[in-house]
Design a protein. Structure first.
Length: 189
C-alpha cells in the first residue's frame, strides 16, 4: 500500500503536467506569438470562409490554377503520401491518368510537364506549387477566363509576383501559394 499512493500521486502529477499544463502553455504561446498560423491562416470574404493558406484545396475548375495532386484527395484526416515506388504500376497508372486529365483540360502535354502536376506530395496537402507548374497553367487559365492578350500578360506578371523565395534565402525551393494566386486572379478585370 505504501508504494501505491506515491506512484498514484506521481501519475496524477505527470498527467496534470503533460496532459493539461504543457498543452495549455504551448497553445497560449502559439496564440500570442503565431496567432494567424495557430488559427489555421484562414481566409474569409463577405460570403464566408474561402480556405486556408496552409492547406491545399481541391479545385478542378479550369478558371483557376490547380494544386498538386493529392494521394488523400485533399482530406486532412487521410493526409499522407501514396508510398508508391518508381517501379510501381499503380504510380505509372496514376501519372497516366493525370496526364489524360491535363490533356482533357486542353493543356499541351507534349511540352515538359512540371513533376508537381503529376506526382503527389508527401502530405497530399501542400498549398504551393512550383513557379514552373504555375507558368505551365497560365494559358489554360487565360483561355478558360476568356482573357484578352493584355489580361493574359497581366496574368503572367501576377504569377511572377506571387513567387515566394526560399525561406532565409536557402531553405526550400521557390514556390507559389495556389489559393493566394487564385484570389489574385479573380481580381483581374
Amino acid at each position: 500500500m505504501k508504494i501505491i499512493f506515491p506512484c498514484l500521486r506521481l501519475y496524477l502529477v505527470l498527467v496534470l503536467l503533460t496532459g493539461v499544463i504543457y498543452p495549455l502553455v504551448v497553445t497560449g504561446v502559439a496564440q500570442v506569438l503565431f496567432h494567424d498560423q495557430a488559427e489555421g491562416n484562414l481566409i474569409s470574404s463577405s460570403s464566408g470562409l474561402i480556405g486556408s493558406r496552409l492547406l491545399s484545396q481541391k479545385t478542378e475548375n479550369p478558371k483557376y490554377f490547380w494544386p498538386r495532386p493529392s494521394a488523400g484527395d485533399y482530406a486532412t484526416i487521410a493526409s499522407g503520401a501514396s508510398n508508391l515506388g518508381p517501379a510501381s504500376s499503380d504510380l505509372k497508372k496514376a501519372i497516366t491518368d493525370r496526364l489524360a486529365k491535363l490533356q482533357t483540360a486542353g493543356m499541351n502535354v507534349q511540352s515538359t510537364i512540371p513533376d508537381d502536376l503529376l506526382t503527389t506530395s508527401g502530405s497530399g496537402l501542400d498549398p504551393e506549387i512550383s513557379p514552373d507548374a504555375a507558368r505551365w497553367q497560365v494559358d489554360r487559365v487565360a483561355k478558360a477566363r476568356g482573357f484578352s492578350a493584355d489580361q493574359a500578360a497581366h496574368l503572367k506578371d501576377l504569377v511572377e509576383k506571387h513567387v515566394e523565395k526560399p525561406q532565409l534565402g536557402f531553405l526550400g525551393e521557390p514556390r507559389i501559394n495556389v489559393l493566394m494566386l487564385n484570389l489574385a486572379v479573380d481580381q483581374i478585370k
